[in-house]
Design a protein around this ligand. Structure first.
Ligand SMILES: Cc1ncc(COP(=O)(O)O)c(C=O)c1O
Length: 346
């Protein structure tokens, strides 16, 4: 049995198709710095997938993808609005501020009684009105995450309402799609609907968490942003000489719906885990399970025992005392889930 690891989607290796593509990409000579045929094919595939002309920038990490995308729309004196639990706010060590040369993140607290990790239009409107009254920074960008850090998914209606308000205030809209595939399979909508048709200007399209070994992709829908972003991308050290290393992974990821198949599986494993956990006495699940993550509240003695038995997962105290984060990935098996449930029952 694979190590029953619920620590992170990043704990999973890569899909065999990606590994195979990497080996093939090592063959022969190709033009460097993204001028290779694989990178060109990834762009063509993205234009087809998103049903519009896009520019793409493969990146090594989601953090770089987010920070560069935000910097493309935000001057140093700009304000970037986001949810208070956003990865860009909690986990990126100031990368967006660094790449923008000092823009200000404006984290918005979740509405009481709305523990789903989503921003709503009223909270954003309130924050924008507050921003107007002060000289903290000039509103420039809205950054949303879908699927969210809370394992929930913005519906098209919710996304549209937020993007619409952002547009009225002349903000650029960035979508952190580290788990974009998980959101797409939950909603069953098209990638175009969940991005530019709703008003998203730039997407950080995650692949590392969902089958790639290490490659994410910036997808630019407002193409006038691409020329400056290309310079930031180079200066930010993400313009790989051997770009095929990233592009080969992305091509495999987007071929034969691998990205969707992997996400569908991860989400199904989370639903199985949720169903099993929800029937246990004394275990409360504190966030709706809409993607590949389950947040149960467990007695700390139980959590410690499980961890001693070899089940790896993080304590997620920002969601409350004794809350833990259980992440399912593309290689989580039913046996992994059942073993954890069995250990909890014991
Ligand atoms: C929502 C979200 N965005 C971005 C990232 C950043 O990814 P990376 O660790 O590759 O920089 C993560 C990683 O955990 C994430 O969960």
């Amino acid at each position: 049995m694979v190590n029953p690891d619920f620590l992170s989607d990043n704990a999973h290796g890569c899909s065999p198709e990606v590994a195979e593509a990497l080996v093939l990409a090592g063959e022969g000579r190709m033009a460097p710095y993204g001028n290779d045929p694989i990178t060109r094919r990834v762009r063509t595939r993205c234009c087809e997938l998103f049903e519009t002309e896009v520019e793409i920038f493969p990146v090594l990490t989601g953090t770089a993808g987010n920070a560069l995308a935000i910097a493309a729309m935000t001057p140093p004196w700009g304000a970037v609005f986001c949810h208070e639990d956003a990865h860009i706010h909690r986990e990126e060590l100031g990368a967006p501020e660094f790449y923008t040369n000092g823009a200000k993140l404006m984290p918005i607290a979740c509405t009481p009684g709305r523990p789903d990790g989503k921003l709503d239009r009223d909270s954003l409107a309130h924050a924008l009105a507050g921003g107007k009254r002060t000289k903290q920074a000039i509103p420039a960008c809205l950054s949303l995450t879908n699927a969210t850090e809370a394992g929930t998914v913005y519906t098209l209606g919710e996304l549209l309402a937020l993007c619409d308000l952002a547009r009225q205030h002349e903000l650029g809209v960035h979508l952190d799609g580290a788990r974009f595939a998980n959101a797409i399979v939950t909603l069953g909508c098209t990638p175009a609907d969940l991005t530019w048709r709703s008003g998203v200007d730039i997407l950080t399209f995650g692949a590392t968490k969902n089958g790639a070994l290490g490659a994410d992709l910036i997808v630019v829908f407002r193409r006038e942003l691409a020329a400056e972003l290309a310079l930031r991308y180079h200066r930010g050290g993400q313009r790989l000489s051997k770009m095929r290393l990233l592009s080969a992974q992305l091509e495999a990821y987007l071929t034969d719906d691998l990205w969707l198949r992997n996400a569908r599986h991860a989400n199904a494993m989370a639903r199985r885990l949720h169903a099993g956990v929800a029937e246990l006495a004394g275990v409360e699940v504190v966030r709706p399970v809409e993607a590949n993550i389950v947040f149960p509240r467990l007695p700390s003695s139980l959590a410690e025992r499980l961890q001693k038995e070899g089940f790896a997962f993080y304590n997620w105290s920002i969601f409350g005392d004794d809350v833990y984060r259980l992440v399912c990935g593309f290689s989580t098996t039913e046996e992994d889930v059942d073993a954890l449930l069995e250990a909890i029952r014991r």
